[in-house]
Design a protein around this ligand. Structure first.
Ligand code: BTN
Length: 246
């Protein structure tokens, strides 16, 4: 497929494979071989998709499974804030098909339809590269024991397919990455906040060490951490974990 043109950054190239284990694993290998920013890899199916917190990501046909890489520069904002860039890009892409009122961002970068998860993202660091993997339930919502899921089809996007969605997401991501590099985290954090849970929203967090914390959303920290206001009035910054709307 020829590169899509984007005036604000490097050329976007989307490669396609019918099936692979994990596009994140493949993109890690491509990064080590010297692949450039702007490259995306999309798979029709994944057999060993990786999710956050060591989970698996189901790989049904018709959904979007794609990864890209970001080459970190010394002057870049903190790398974890790329999670916000990705969230806003994917939110904008999906909103083009279902409207922005139907979806919301949940920290750090899940896209939700009500309490149901539509999309998950995984950022993994490999040397100076960050691999961003995106999974969107376009055609099918996998049945999961521990959370509700929804698909774009469920939201009425009958004509959206994974390739069309990725082209829009990749274009938004290129523009937002450029903005992040040149103007810092602030504008992207503002865009994130416009489409995420409002301050005061009750949230529960399950931390990687198994600790469970409940509080109300206070704000995003400068490094992208989630700051919760706990019942005792103290603030608690969360850098990693699973967050649930309660
Ligand atoms: C999550 O747990 O919410 C993150 C899921 C990320 C899944 C995507 S699918 C494409 C890419 N390749 C992977 O192996 N994982 C990510």
């Amino acid at each position: 497929m020829p590169p899509l043109s984007d005036p604000s950054g490097p050329a976007i190239e989307i490669r396609f494979v019918a099936e692979t284990g994990s596009t994140n694993a493949d993109m890690q290998a491509l990064a080590l071989e010297g692949a450039s920013e702007g490259l995306w890899l999309r798979a029709g199916r994944q057999s060993a998709g990786r999710g956050r917190m060591g989970r698996q990501w189901e790989g049904e046909e018709g959904n979007l499974y794609a990864s890209t890489l970001i080459r970190l520069c010394p002057a870049d904002p903190p790398a974890p804030t790329l999670a916000l860039v990705a969230a806003v890009a994917v939110h904008r892409g999906i909103a083009e098909f279902v409207g922005s009122d139907a979806i919301r961002i949940k920290w750090p970068n899940d896209i939700m339809a009500g309490n149901a998860k539509l999309c998950g993202m995984l950022l993994e660091r490999t040397g100076d590269a960050v691999i961003l993997g995106i999974g969107v339930n376009v055609a099918q919502a996998p049945a999961l024991a521990d959370r509700q899921t929804a698909s774009l089809r469920d939201l009425g996007a009958a004509h959206c397919d994974a390739q069309a969605l990725l082209e829009r997401v990749a274009a938004h991501f290129a523009g937002l990455l450029d903005q992040w590099r040149h103007f810092g985290v602030e504008p992207v954090a503002r865009a994130w906040q416009e489409h995420a849970h409002a301050p005061g929203t009750p949230l529960a967090a399950l931390l990687p060490n198994g600790q469970h914390i409940e509080g109300r959303f206070e704000r995003l920290d400068h490094d992208g951490a989630l700051v919760l206001r706990l019942a005792d009035g103290t603030s608690h910054a969360i850098h990693a974990g699973d967050v649930f709307l309660i």
